[in-house]
Ligand binder design. Structure first.
Ligand code: NAD
Length: 330
């Protein structure tokens, strides 16, 4: 067993968090992750159409797991502005005590969760933002490298350096996010000072993930070269699966004079992307994916995946331990 600040704080067995994923972080996956060795599956608030629907999703999750699970609230530009406070209040009132926050200006949300005695995992893509969240009093930072699915920020720092910078600068526990999909990644993250890892794309490709089988098969076939960044020109960069729609969006952005968001909206809308997961057509819309696509070769249950990651990391750490000879006494 690997014991870290994360496993102790969240009272979970394996130091792995299933991070928020729009349209994917739903009750069946969240409960399966939480049941698979007791880690904190994260229910994605904005996947639910309203705070009331989030309440129902929380109750559904509780019906199938007694283990801790969290709720993600991401604050980024949206086509229809969500009632963030309503989602936060609904989750707290339903008894959720672990929150993953991400995105811009999370101060008010963090203050509210703190006033309710909740544990806050805050996702950041720069050390500057991490230090600011540290001052706001979050409990754990999720340090998100450029490899990640979705929004990597605009500074393009890969996980290797970002996590080593976190080790230099941060006083509080942090987990490693972006680029993690296996036990080797977990062992590397621990070496970089992290208390665990956050995974998204890897969990999309599990038996319990609520997306179409054809999308899971597409992930298995894909390589690390199958993602693309959209919205670079709008300073809202997002790493998504490289397909007909995302390639068209990038071509529009690269036109002389660029593109306004209004010209891209129908191509990129989340409502359209959601249908990819329902109809199984990987070219139908935009869907988030990290470069861990290249590492994913199968569709295990969450239980199998967690056991494999745990065993792999333990073996690698033990092997590395054997390389170390006791230092000669001076
Ligand atoms: P949406 O349909 O509102 O927007 C689709 C995409 O366009 C998103 O990436 C969004 O950030 C971007 N966008 C919207 N308005 C924009 C603008 N004016 N300028 C630049 N970019 C703009 O998104 P959705 O699929 O309904 O998701 C809701 C929110 O959750 C979005 O902000 C999305 O980025 C975010 N998100 C959350 C997660 C998560 O894990 N929680 C994952 C992916 C995306």
């Amino acid at each position: 067993m690997i014991t870290t600040a994360l496993t102790e704080l969240l009272r979970i067995r394996v130091p792995v968090v299933q991070g928020g994923m729009q349209w994917v972080g739903k009750p069946p996956l969240v409960a399966a992750v939480s049941n698979a060795g007791g880690l904190a599956g994260i229910l994605t608030a904005l996947t639910q159409p309203s705070p009331e629907a989030l309440r129902i999703a929380i109750r559904e999750t509780k019906a199938v797991t007694e283990k801790p699970f969290g709720v993600n609230i991401t604050l980024l530009p949206t086509i229809n502005p969500p009632d963030y406070e309503g989602y936060a209040r609904a989750a707290v009132e339903e008894g959720v005590r672990i929150f993953e926050t991400a995105g811009n200006n999370p101060g008010k949300l963090i203050q509210y969760f703190k006033s309710q005695g909740c544990i806050i995992i805050h996702k950041c893509t720069t050390v500057r933002h991490a230090k600011s969240a540290e001052r706001m009093g979050v409990d754990i930072l999720s340090i998100d490298g450029f490899e990640c699915a979705g929004h990597p920020g605009e500074e393009d720092i890969g996980g290797l350096v970002l996590l080593a910078r976190a080790a230099q600068e941060l006083k509080m526990p942090y987990i490693a996010s972006g680029g993690f999909a296996d036990g080797r990644g977990l062992a590397a993250a621990l070496a970089l000072g992290a208390a665990g890892i956050n995974m998204g794309t890897r969990f999309m490709c599990t038996t319990e993930s609520p997306i179409h089988q054809n999308i899971k098969d597409t992930i298995v076939k894909a390589t690390e070269q199958d993602t693309i960044h959209i919205f670079r020109t709008l300073k809202n960069t997002a790493r998504v699966f490289k397909n007909k729609v995302s390639t068209e969006v990038v071509a529009l952005e690269r036109r002389p004079g660029g593109a306004e968001f209004s010209e891209l909206r129908d191509l990129v809308s989340g409502a359209r992307g959601k249908l990819v997961y329902e109809n199984g057509d990987p070219d139908y819309g935009i869907w988030s994916a990290g470069i861990t696509l290249g590492l994913i070769k199968d569709i295990p249950t969450c239980e199998e995946l967690m056991r494999r990651i745990e065993a792999e990391a333990e073996d690698i750490l033990a092997e590395i331990g054997k390389m170390v000879q006791p230092r000669a006494k001076l």
